[in-house]
Write a protein that binds this ligand. Sequence first.
Ligand code: NAP
Ligand code: MG
Length: 495
Amino acid sequence: MKKTAPKKSAPTLKFDTNWKYDPAPESADHVVIDKQYGLFINGKMQAPVKGKYFNTINPARETVLASVADATSEDVDKAVTAARNAHSKVWSKMKPAERGKYIYRIARIMQERARELAIIESLDGGKPIRESRDIDVPLAAAHFFYYAGWADKLNYALPGKQVTSLGVAGQIIPWNFPLLMAAWKIAPALAAGNTVVLKPAETTPLTALKLAEIIRDADLPPGVVNIITGAGATGSALVNHPGIDKVAFTGSTDVGKIIQKALAGTDKKYTLELGGKAANIIFEDAAIDQAVEGIINGIFFNQGHVCCAGSRLFIQESVAATVIRKLKDRMETLIVGDPLDKNTDIGAINSKPQLDKIKALVKAGVAQGGSMHQSSCAIPSKGFWFRPTIFTGVAQSSRIVQEEIFGPVLAIQTFRTVEEVIEKANNTPFGLSGGVWSDKGSKVFKVSSKLRAGVVWANTYNKFDPTSPFGGYKESGMGREGGMHGLYPYVQVKD
Ligand code: NAP
Ligand code: MG
């Protein structure tokens, strides 16, 4: 018998991609989605002035879920007027502890309706039910609980200062975490005594409209929260309305720049939470298996539609081959498919334009010399899907290293020294987040304090908590949301 030389590294695991899981679908039978939704203005659902509507679809099936109102500047004006009246006549005059009670009530009703909210989030946006059920919805409720607690304690957040509300906040959110982003926006604004007009994204308006029902059921005074649906033009009309005191925007850097220009020279305050291209750094002394889980979570959570996604992976050269092999093996086990199935790891891409953008950037990655590897998983024939993808052999200047892809695509580079990886990690126009994996606390501390990023996770990734501030440097935006810091943009402070 022929002898073979013993292998130095562990054998490659072979995952049989034909493993069949029994379907484990979450039932959507009890969920009520109306055929048509109006605008939530002054405590009531109202038809849009111009009578225009657009469809929101289920991206996993390309079927229409509902038709929602397309708010024009006339509707924006009605919503801002309602918010202004509610602020001056009711909300700003109410005892802070009373305001807190209303916010608690919203949180509790969200918990009661958690299952319904999770299903609608997955239907409208394509994210796996496991994530909407265990992350989006509980975290959104937690934000309301947390900020309810601050409502009567603003003087402790800013000791020795006189704190008053700003007035009316115009808030615009993206499609990747629709309900959670609505909570990040509305909860601190209300706690600080402001009223709001919120516009969800065009492709994912349904959980914001369910939140409108919850706010109505919580008996909030009419006009304290107004929710208007529409496209970019609606957002623009809100930003430019002279009746608002503050703009809170989460979305792309391109639109953030348009908003910043529009607000220059006005006395409106603003916070911008924009894009990212985070470095996830694996040192040779890291616990490799945990790090691989962190890489998977960092880039494939929510289909990679995550502003703080760990989309640039830096592996220390000595362990690069091992990490990449384990990563490929782990990728093979990821199940891509029906967002409502509890086995699903990666759901549908949120929209056709987003899928086209991912495909175009991946094409550019290949054209610029990157070496692409995709999982061999099956994907459904209808709907918008993209297989988990990694690139090696990419240059710092590659488009897929520099630009936000906002999809399940990871660009991998290697490094030798701490100084080298810090320089490479900071070589980006963005600065939202980062990850460091090492067994050495001193190294973690050194690297994380040198990364120009608002949030850096150590030996974990994508951990969120309402008590913790979140926000970016450079083109990732300005201002912080979450924690005590999240209150500051919503208050006027006098010494
Ligand atoms: P987007 O295209 O910038 O849209 C964000 C929101 O702005 C949507 O509601 C959008 O409406 C609206 N909008 C579009 N044009 C506008 C304009 N000219 N004036 C005012 N509003 C306008 O971003 P997206 O594609 O929805 O979201 C993805 C981006 O959000 C990524 O870059 C991601 O990194 C970023 N993000 C950042 C954070 C953070 O905390 N830093 C969190 C989540 C996401 P339509 O939907 O109708 O276009
Ligand atoms: Mg949709």
